[in-house]
Write a protein that binds this ligand. Structure first.
Ligand code: ATR
Length: 276
């Protein structure tokens, strides 16, 4: 039951109606008997209204503000402090109101690190990152933090070069896919294969090595064409779902100061995404 003391967390984006975050977080609040303490709502905020929305949230004493498309980068200039990780990634997806000061965090990198760490020891491994956009930056941060040797493969070479220089990585054109088999880990950080273009994949089974880890950050559909191809090549696969789950776990911790029940969140997320 909500009271006058209940802290409010929100997600802002445009569009935001499709977001499953309110359901996921509120279910977790109930599960952890925190639903008197926290509530999580969605607010559609236009790009042109971001400044006012952040000022308003601050004035209202909103506890947490999750940022999704198109606000993750633009919001930075309206915050009081940006944590080191978010600064390096260059994007904020989680804002905590600490005694009236808005502090920006990024939890996307944890969605990459945690699933990888569950499977292998990361030190001294090699990884190829496909793509050089915002998502690829969070991927590179997680890899660099774990001393993985990174090569960025991108369609636009100039963007690959920029990203690579920020994370002491190498870079190559995506046309050089024949090189990918030699990496321990390949992560797709492009939207290729995302619904509705579910037949698309940057790699065929022939481009993938047996026992290599293939991680696709695309989670709609649950099993992308890339991951189907990786299965055919007998690679080890990591679903984009895992990234979604672990970034939410870290976000829950930041907003509530408590560690959520991972299995509960996993089950609820499966249900919300209608994964069979
Ligand atoms: P996000 O913030 O989600 O990472 P983005 O910044 O638009 O989105 O970046 C998308 C990345 O996917 C880019 O690296 C893009 O390549 P370019 O830099 O050449 O534009 C890559 N990408 C998108 N569609 C692609 C496609 N069909 N083939 C190869 N790469 C693609």
């Amino acid at each position: 039951m909500v009271t006058a003391k209940t802290k409010i967390n929100i997600i802002i984006g445009d569009p935001v109606e499709h977001s499953i975050s309110p359901q996921l977080h509120n279910l977790a609040y109930q599960h952890h008997k925190l639903d008197k303490d926290f509530i999580y709502l969605a607010c559609r905020v236009k790009k042109t209204q971001l400044k006012q929305a952040i000022a308003g949230a601050k004035a209202l004493g909103i506890n947490g503000i999750t940022c999704t498309i198109p606000h993750k980068v633009n919001v930075i200039k309206y915050l009081d402090k940006i944590d080191k990780t978010a600064k390096q990634i260059g994007a904020v997806n989680t804002i905590l109101n600490k005694n009236g000061k808005l502090i920006g965090y990024n939890t996307d990198w944890y969605g990459i690190e945690a699933p990888l760490k569950k499977r292998i020891t990361l030190k001294d491994k090699t990884a190829a990152v496909l793509g050089a956009g915002g998502a690829a930056r969070a991927v590179c941060y997680a890899l660099a933090k774990n001393k993985i040797k990174i090569t960025v493969f991108n369609r636009t070479l100039e963007k690959a070069k920029q990203l690579a220089s920020d994370f002491k990585a190498e870079y190559k054109s995506i046309n050089e896919k024949h090189l990918l088999k030699s990496y321990d880990i390949v992560i797709n950080a492009t939207p290729v294969g995302m619904y509705p273009n579910i037949k698309d994949s940057l790699l065929t089974p022939k481009d993938i090595a047996k026992d290599q880890i293939i991680f696709d950050i695309v989670y709609t559909p649950y099993e992308t064409q890339l991951l189907k191809n990786a299965k055919k090549a007998e690679a080890k696969i990591i679903y984009g779902f895992e990234m979604l789950l672990y970034q939410a776990i870290l976000q829950f911790k930041i907003y509530t100061n408590q560690t959520p029940d991972e299995d509960f969140l996993r089950t609820q997320l499966y249900k919300l995404l209608k994964i069979k």
